[in-house]
Design a protein around this ligand. Sequence first.
Ligand code: NAP
Length: 246
Amino acid sequence: MSDKKLALVTGASRGIGFAIAQRLIADGYRVIGTATSESGVDKLRASLQESGLEHDALVLNIGDSEQTTEALAKLQSDFGVPFVVVNNAGITRDNLFLRLNEDDWNNVINTNLTGVFRVCKALSKPMLKQKAGSIINISSIIGTTGNAGQANYAAAKAGLEGFTRSLAQEIASRNITVNCVAPGFIQTDMTDVLPETQKEAILATIPGKRFGHVEDIAGAVAFLAGEDARYITGQTIHVNGGMNMG
Ligand code: NAP
């Protein structure tokens, strides 16, 4: 058994989640990352174990209540109770409101908001017993600004920030912090699908004159997970190159 602190990163198979997993490994955590498929888990496990065999991966679909309960029970029996939980997994199903159907609304709310509820529900009680920990939820600039074509995503991320502040108040006395990191535009699979013209228009709105890198988000997560952030809770740290300043 490793004596390193355990960190769970959901949606670690690629993009921001993978960078967070790598950063937490570099910072000395034992990291368990998740992917939605067995093949994704095998690939992720192999990547994480390049840094040490104590790291591992498991299948998790936060959109499925039963599977989430089972997977997080397995996490605890195989690896223990995490000190750091990064709720990173998320999806988009973009469409202008007039064309947005109820399935796309429900899928995004079910994954990006209810999915985080499920993970916190499964892990908060054992974390409370442990009397130490950090929950870090990956929100989005869109939760603050809104965005045409993303009513479902904006609602989920704004809801996630309200959820974060409420849970933070309930468990602060047990030495568990709950915060959000809200990325701006970060180069990943999620944003690669956007048309070039849209990307150029977005770039023009970023005072920092570049898109974010996954490591920019991982750095903020590492800070919130660490000792220097023990007195920070219920907050949202915006990492967006100045794209929105509140
Ligand atoms: P990404 O490249 O599309 O990766 C998404 C990750 O989430 C993958 O690991 C995926 O697993 C996992 N996932 C998807 N559905 C899931 C489910 N039902 N249960 C569990 N895991 C699931 O996304 P990203 O750009 O890295 O975004 C990561 C987070 O940052 C998301 O919450 C997103 O909303 C947020 N964010 C991103 C940006 C940006 O510009 N990229 C901006 C603001 C906020 P599989 O590989 O198995 O599908």
